[in-house]
Design a protein around this ligand. Structure first.
Ligand code: 3PG
Ligand code: MG
Length: 395
């Protein structure tokens, strides 16, 4: 993969695909982690005298202009972090984009409006996507792929534009890939993976692949209940994916056959309803009452998971252990994070909700070896898939 050092950017317009998909509450950015992660590459290009044109998506507006998903608040925050003005184009490849880009001087930066306002960005039709990609590429002379969180998407700005312009990977993509390569090629052992989150169906591919690689797999979060049910336990009103039970039984067998230790919750916080202040009790994972739903792993499980992490040399963690957005049900996620911080393993937090949880729970980001900006992207990488955005940068 070519890197920034392979491009001569001085005085040239450089299109940077970043991942600035941050959570918003109205116009307030509730976690700016992805914006901060995009700063080093943009700063480097600016210092080298480039005219930088940043493009990114926000949410899923599905090809239509929708002010709710405007990148305007992100432009303001990016400007604060860069310490310089970010010109904001009110469209993606239209009149505003053209004039904003034309006005850039060397060392200045602009952000285009949400790529996903344009149907061409995500189109499955190569011709439609290609046409939009050509317009986007027309704004610049060089391309830098730095939106790691979106490299698993076969989208125009990720996959097609690098075919049209001389290109390189940005520093964030290089750093993320280096970490994931370490996990897949030469993890120091014991190699332990902690998976959580709501749906097991989102993680089938990665579980299948990890069962051939890891020493231990700890499962918490909503997906754990499908595993408990597959073992024959009742899970009350907890999240359950009935249609995944066969698949999950297959994983349990496969783990046993391969000698992979698959560790499930032994106790849970069982609540009467899904609410921040829901009445709840600690119950054995094998005895969840019919009218209760598990919203977090219990104290015995927290200790068990910490013990299973204590001697780990490599840990990958993706997905919260419970409904961490509710204070009362954030203890399990916090316990796993603290166990990772306490140990001296090479620890990778796999993006998305787990990265957000680390920041929301005000845990030190320095306590982890790497916090990925890509949840879906890192899982697909670990699954062994070819990621369109990385493949395009390799060519
Ligand atoms: C993410 O939030 O995972 C990335 O920004 C990709 O967004 P997407 O899942 O909507 O494609
Ligand atoms: Mg996502």
């Amino acid at each position: 993969m070519r890197t920034l050092d392979d491009l001569d950017v001085k005085g040239r317009r450089v299109l940077v695909r970043a991942d600035l998909n941050v959570p918003l509450d109205g116009e307030t950015i509730t976690d700016d982690g992805r914006i901060r992660a995009s700063v080093p590459t943009i700063s480097t290009l600016l210092e080298r005298g480039a005219k930088v044109v940043v493009c990114a998506h926000l949410g899923r507006p599905k090809g239509k202009v929708n002010p709710q998903y405007s990148l305007a608040p992100v432009a303001a925050r990016l400007g604060e972090l860069l310490g310089q003005d970010v010109a904001f184009a009110s469209d993606v490849v239209g009149e505003s984009a053209r004039s904003t880009v034309e006005a850039l001087q060397d060392g200045q930066v602009a952000l285009l409006e949400n790529l996903r306002y344009e149907p061409g960005e995500e189109s499955k039709d190569d011709a439609v996507r290609g046409e939009f990609a050509a317009r986007l590429a027309g704004l610049a002379e060089l391309y830098v792929g730095d939106g790691f969180g979106a490299v698993h998407r076969r989208h125009a700005s990720v996959y097609d534009v690098p075919r049209l312009l001389p290109h390189a990977a940005g520093g964030l993509v290089v750093a993320e890939v280096e970490v994931l390569r370490k996990l897949t090629e030469s993890p120091e052992r014991p190699y332990v993976v902690v998976l959580g989150g709501a749906k097991v169906s989102d993680k089938l591919g990665v579980i299948a692949n990890l069962l051939t690689k890891v020493d231990r797999l700890l499962i918490g979060g909503g997906m754990a209940y499908t595993f408990l049910k597959a073992q024959g336990h009742e899970v009350g009103k907890s999240l359950l994916q009935e249609d995944q039970l066969d698949q999950v039984r297959g994983f349990l067998d496969e783990a046993a056959r391969r000698g992979v230790e698959l560790v499930l919750p032994v106790d849970v916080l069982a609540a009467v309803t899904f609410a921040a202040d829901a009445e709840h009790d600690v119950v054995e994972a094998t005895a969840i009452p019919a009218d209760r739903e598990g919203l977090d792993i219990g104290p015995k499980t927290r200790e068990l998971f910490a013990a299973k992490l204590a001697d780990a040399r490599t840990v990958f963690w993706n997905g919260p252990m419970g409904v961490f957005e509710f204070e009362a049900f954030s203890g399990g996620t916090r316990a796993v994070a603290e166990a990772l911080i306490a140990g001296d393993a090479f620890t990778v937090v796999g993006g998305g909700d787990s990265a957000a949880a680390v920041r929301k729970l005000e845990l030190s980001e320095d306590g982890f070896s790497h916090i990925s900006t890509g949840g879906g992207a890192s899982l697909e990488y670990l699954e062994g898939k070819t990621l369109p955005g990385l493949a395009a940068l390799e060519d």
